[in-house]
Design a protein around this ligand. Structure first.
Ligand code: AHR
Length: 492
């Protein structure tokens, strides 16, 4: 018999809801035609698509990263403030398009308010200057009488926004980045930026620009910036047309976390630092190059298999709850996104559904879980970059499971991804046992792992809910092939 045993005494970390963060970049139709569309009858008076806002709110993202991504490395915040019709239209060299600047800092802050998220600004370390970054910080956070603070007031906002998170550049390691640098040049610049930004506003928390977590860049940057930053960011995208490669590749994110946290620990120890440095996985998702509709728009149609991979990514963040304190799905709308828009409405992609279930339930403390079930050996990873190989981490249990308990200790959840190609039955047990007064299950499913939600078939991948029979700490549960289930146990 397959078994899932939750060790109710062994807490592996406090779950930070910021691992359910989002990311909105000026890229393709993410902002314009996505969340913001001044000409749509579906938008409110400020230009926000109300159907998109509603779908985003249901995901309950605690934090939103903006304005990029690659876009930020050529972005000047001054262009995006003040009277909307007077803002300059600029060439965006990152995505080789034009930027109207009709959506800028105040519109982003409003978006955050509307969906209940905290803002996270990524700074332009490409064409931007330290002075400009400092002014942006003042524009957002200063209660003083400086020109930047006065500009914010003149633009209609008296109170400082109190932005907490600032990222020191985006993917500066990549030659695709405007202002690409070597690791040591980046460290030299970022140390100065960090010093002056913190002098300007000591309340901010800086995020260093990491790469994959396992690269030479990461070693140099972690040791060079540990003194100055509160978070170290890493990025990962995986994806394959091969089912098993696709659903197992997210385990690479956990290897990245292990390596990154060891490097952080080494830097903290050697430099005698006492402050925490946590991991911000501030871009992650499934991304299969072949599926993009255009060269630069990155509009991806997600399958049920992708939804299983996305759930597995979140599992990895929960399993590493002690060190992963933020993660930002790339992206929010239309571009690599759970939500797609058309002039007529929206469609919720397959990956939306596990994210909504986590959004509804995730909080509290992650618990250790032991799983006995068949394992899958991944002989090779097809269609996936060498950097994302995971085969040596296997064989992988076909049931991927995490568990967590609410802060008030009244509810315990299990999240189970069945990657197997057949239904599996497993005995669920809590050890030491806890009394369960009621149980229910929500399951992401479809008739085939290739199923996608489109405007023509918006519900091919959906969620079913079931009450579970009988109270008690142990039960036998069936997990259909290719499904993601979240079980809620009310504790007596
Ligand atoms: O999310 C899309 C792009 O992927 C981002 O702009 C960049 O940071 C990453 O390479």
């Amino acid at each position: 018999m397959n078994r899932i045993v939750v060790n109710t005494d062994r807490v592996v970390g406090t779950v930070d809801r910021r691992i359910l963060g989002g990311f909105a970049e000026h890229m393709g139709r993410c902002i314009y035609g996505g969340v913001f569309d001044e000409n749509s009858p579906r938008s409110d008076a400020e230009g926000f698509r109300t159907d998109v806002l509603e779908a985003v709110r249901a995901l309950r993202p605690p934090v939103l990263r903006w304005p990029g991504g690659n876009f930020v490395s050529g972005y000047h915040f001054h262009d995006g403030i003040g009277p909307i019709d007077s803002r300059p239209r600029r060439f965006d060299a990152a995505w080789r398009t034009e930027e109207s600047n009709r959506f800028g800092t105040d519109e982003f802050m409003r978006l955050c308010e509307l969906v209940g998220a905290e803002p996270y600004l990524c700074l332009n370390m490409g064409t931007g200057t330290l002075d400009e970054a400092r002014e942006w910080l003042e524009y957002c956070n200063s209660a003083g009488n400086t020109e930047a603070a006065r500009q914010r007031r003149a633009n209609g906002r008296d109170e400082p926004y109190g932005v907490r998170y600032f990222g020191l550049g985006n993917e500066v390691y990549g030659e695709w980045q405007i202002g690409h640098k070597t690791a040591s040049d980046y460290v030299t610049a970022a140390r100065e930026w960090a010093k002056v930004l913190t002098w300007t506003d000591p309340s901010i928390e800086l995020v260093a620009c990491g790469e994959t977590g396992w690269s030479d860049w990461d070693e140099t940057v972690i040791s060079g910036l540990a003194e100055f930053v509160r978070y170290y960011s890493i990025h990962i995208y995986t994806g394959s047309e091969d089912y098993w490669s696709n659903v197992l590749a997210p385990h690479q994110a956990e290897r990245a976390v292990r390596i990154t946290s060891a490097l952080i620990e080494k830097a903290r120890y050697n430099q005698r630092l006492s402050h925490r440095i946590d991991i911000a996985y501030d871009e992650w998702n499934v991304r299969v190059a072949k599926r993009h509709h255009g060269p630069d728009d990155h509009e991806e149609t997600y399958t049920l298999a992708d939804a299983l991979a996305v759930a597995t990514y979140v599992h990895g963040f929960v399993r590493n709850a002690a060190v992963v304190k933020m993660a930002n799905l790339a992206q929010l709308v239309n571009v690599l996104a759970p939500i797609m828009t058309s002039p007529e409405g929206i469609v919720l992609q397959s990956i939306y559904h596990p994210l909504r279930l986590f959004g509804a339930h995730l909080e509290g403390e992650a618990l250790d879980v032991a799983v006995s079930c068949p394992r899958h050996d991944l002989a090779e990873v097809l269609d996936t970059a060498e950097a994302h190989r995971v085969a040596d981490l296997g064989p992988f249990p076909v049931l991927d499971v995490v568990a967590w308990r609410s802060s008030d200790q009244k509810t315990l959840w299990l999240s189970v991804v069945n990657r197997a190609e057949e239904d599996l039955t497993a005995e669920l047990a809590l050890w030491p046992s806890l009394e369960v007064s009621a149980a229910s299950l929500e399951r992401v499913e479809a008739s085939d792992w290739r199923a996608t939600n489109t405007f023509a078939h918006p519900d091919a991948v959906g969620v079913v809910a079931e009450p579970l029979e009988g109270p008690g700490g142990a039960r036998i549960q069936r997990f259909p092939a290719h499904t993601h289930s979240v079980i809620s146990l009310a504790l007596a």
